[in-house]
Design a protein around this ligand. Structure first.
Ligand code: ZN
Length: 139
């Protein structure tokens, strides 16, 4: 019987500068999840829409999470923000970082309030403007 579950879901920004192959390597190197062992959601600004006043935007991501939980029994959700993100459009890198950290913490709180049996982990992909990518753990 073929395996019909995976370890995690990754929610990332659509940004082409984070190439799927590079992201996969980063996640693998960090010991987070191996290639092919996660469901992937790409949405502009990553988890940003989970904090939207617009429930349609929020529900879109929640629906993907719930399907992933139900069908693939995921145990962890990785929310990956990134620097120089067009969905944030904040020119100052320090300010962008601070706002993304704050948002990631709010996303964690929100998801923990609506989901059970799943761990939320927040990261920022750094180095997107230079192409030398690294992962910063926020929680
Ligand atoms: Zn982005």
């Amino acid at each position: 019987m073929s395996k019909h579950s995976c370890a995690a879901m990754v929610i990332r920004c659509i940004d082409f500068r984070i190439a799927p192959k590079n992201l996969s390597e980063l996640l693998s190197e960090a010991g987070m999840c191996h290639d092919g062992d996660y469901d992937l959601v790409s949405v502009a600004g990553s988890g940003k829409d989970l904090l939207s006043e617009n429930t349609t935007e929020r529900d879109f991501i929640l629906k993907q999470i719930n399907i992933s939980k139900k069908l693939h029994d995921i145990k962890t959700i990785y929310i990956l923000m990134h620097d120089n993100c067009g969905a944030y459009a904040i020119p100052d890198a320090v300010e962008e970082h601070n706002i993304q950290v704050k948002d990631l913490k709010q996303v964690e709180q929100y998801l923990n309030s609506v989901l059970t049996d799943v761990e939320i982990k927040g990261f920022i992909v750094k180095g997107v403007p230079t192409g030398i990518l690294s992962l910063e753990s926020v929680y």
